[in-house]
Design a protein around this ligand. Sequence first.
Ligand code: SF4
Ligand code: SF4
Length: 243
Amino acid sequence: MKAKGLINTMGFSFHGTAELLDEVLTDHPEMEFVQLQLNYLDWESEWIQSRKCYEVALKHNTPIIVMEPVRGGTLAKVPAEVEELFKQHDPNASVASWAVRFAASLPGVMMVLSGMSSLQQMEDNLSYMEDFQPLTEEERAMVGKAADMINAQIAIPCTGCSYCTEGCPKKIAIPQYFSLYNEDMREHLEEKGWTVNFANYGHLTLKFGKAADCIACGQCEGMCPQHLPIIEHLQTVSKHYDI
Ligand code: SF4
Ligand code: SF4
């Protein structure tokens, strides 16, 4: 395909362990890039292994394309205290800008894919990418602190990609339920009473299976790029919402 001019630059996206990536790049030195999930929240994650995969790509001198720099939007809407931390450092910088700049500052990164869904988001991205300034050491440390603060608050680290839902025999709205649950855990840590998400959950179950309907077939877990123990998390969600 390359010889025919149908492929210009050949590479692949990757959702596995750093160890497997090392094996793949050792066997395929012809690869011209690898697309990795790199963001400040997953940097030290034992599931995603952002940092470890990044270091493997560097070791093989393989250019990196970054996917999920804002982690499905999670890093554009951070807890209030994290937003405050960012605003204290630079009141004019958007919350998402710290995530995109973190990824774009890494040596070896050739491109950062930022999923934008509005003109405003594109203009924001362009405002700091046109004349790009890498994070300073101080900013990097601050972003690391933000990651610790956010990770401490996320009950289920689902990115909402929906890869898990297609083959579910019970048609369970997995990412939606995880999102509602995370919101409840974040907003109502103190008072665990009724929240509007109980109603939202109820509406979703009119169309989709309940968390309690899961038969533990494991189909979804095999599809999850975040390697989440979905069945276990659904049991937790079910205890919270199903009556
Ligand atoms: S394990 Fe549960 S949620 Fe996952 S595909 Fe099977 S029934 Fe659906
Ligand atoms: S595949 Fe994993 S990360 Fe993606 S929506 Fe499903 S549970 Fe969430």
